[in-house]
Design a protein around this ligand. Sequence first.
Ligand code: NAD
Length: 472
Amino acid sequence: MAFTHTIDGKGETSEKAFDVINPATAQPFAKCPDASRAQLDAAVAAARKAFGPWSRKSFAERRALIAEFAHALAKRIDGIGPVLTQEQGKPLGQAKWEIGGAVHELEAMCNMELGTQLIRNDGKHRVELVYHPLGVVGAITPWNFPIILAAHKIAHGLYAGNTMVLKPSPYTPLATLLMGEAGRDTLPPGVLNIVAGGNDLGGWMTEHPGIDRISFTGSVATGKRVMASASGTLKRVTLELGGNDPAIVLEDANADQIVPSLFRGAFLNAGQICMAVKRVYAPEKLYEPLVAGLTKLALSHRVGNGMEPDVEMGPVQNKMQFDKVMNLIEDTKRHKSVRITAGGHSLNQPGYFIAPTVVADADDGMRLVREEQFGPVLPVLKYKDVDDAVRRANDTRFGLCASVWTEDYERGAEIARRVEAGTVWVNHHVGSEADMPFGGFKESGLGRELGTMGLASYMEPQVVKIPLRSGS
Ligand code: NAD
């Protein structure tokens, strides 16, 4: 299968190419074209040329074209799914579910509009708030959910009237390049350009004078670099960064009922989700039942190559991440007080497989608790009272998501409001919805994606103050 960039509505290859590694075998399985700086310039120029006519279309016209793009993507699910599994590692069913989710989000996110808003009409003046498209958006995505995260940026970026140059992670570029083919068939040339390359390409984008806004999803460390680099041209920036999400279980929760949801929230996609459960705070009364329930599920979870049937969890996506997670496990083992009740080791086979790991009697100072593990390892911590749990949940530089688990939903909501995080669920963890603004407190990000807030972030607000003739 040949993979090409999408530049100005056409497929293009590059002089250079790099290997894409299948994390289930640790072997290269395909080559990806490596965009040159001249190709980035060509993509930006195409996006600038397309901006005028695209920005003048109505929301309804753009909605119709984005829906055609979504349909073209839906028709390709069976073709793109196996490529996503081979480059990312997730089981084939979950890869297809991700692409289906992207199709849904592309449609659901384009169901809202930002029309002219009346700020004031006091008889002397009418003051209006008008939203304008910004120009060319540079979108940069990570390797954990390449397709759905690209879809979030494409949906609101284009729907707001901007054009786009999107760059996937060099670890998982291929499915996104195939997504570009669906755009070639349905969107005007230059509206959606997709170029693959290394981290350098991301840096060129953030400093490029032809790009007006950066929509970045990735790690905190890179997010800080992106913000510094974008300051040179004062680009508008949104940063969707890492998390260290706490799940606070209250005394009245039903341990048997919540364990499957907690487990899924922590181990889906091998734990490689920005908003995965990364720390569980359990009251003394429920501590052992929760540890036992999570351990039982971890020990029976089927781990393997995502192309094989019945596999529930694939490998960690790349060697660097595998080494980081194994290093956290080794550090955890040095704490003699902890109990590793499931996993705690890699699988004895090629590929970056780590057994689902549950760590009981974890304490606040451990690196596993303080850092974002982004892998299939879950620490469970004991707390004395809810104030103690909330304080410890908030004692972090992250603030992406969190959850509170209880039978008393209103009390859960009260505690949720005290947690410093962009989204807090009661009796649920993980998931994004088209109308719910998503983003982080503190170092988990800047700005919001999704919802009308997300749509507005792709537009420039303008105040127009109009004098009124007396009597009008
Ligand atoms: P990363 O920061 O290493 O890379 C993300 C993207 O940035 C890649 O496309 C990469 O090529 C590019 N990049 C690297 N250096 C760059 C630079 N100097 N300038 C511009 N772009 C550059 O992140 P990752 O390891 O791919 O992803 C994992 C991280 O992403 C985790 O921390 C996770 O929590 C976070 N994440 C956050 C969200 C969210 O919505 N908040 C969603 C998914 C993942």
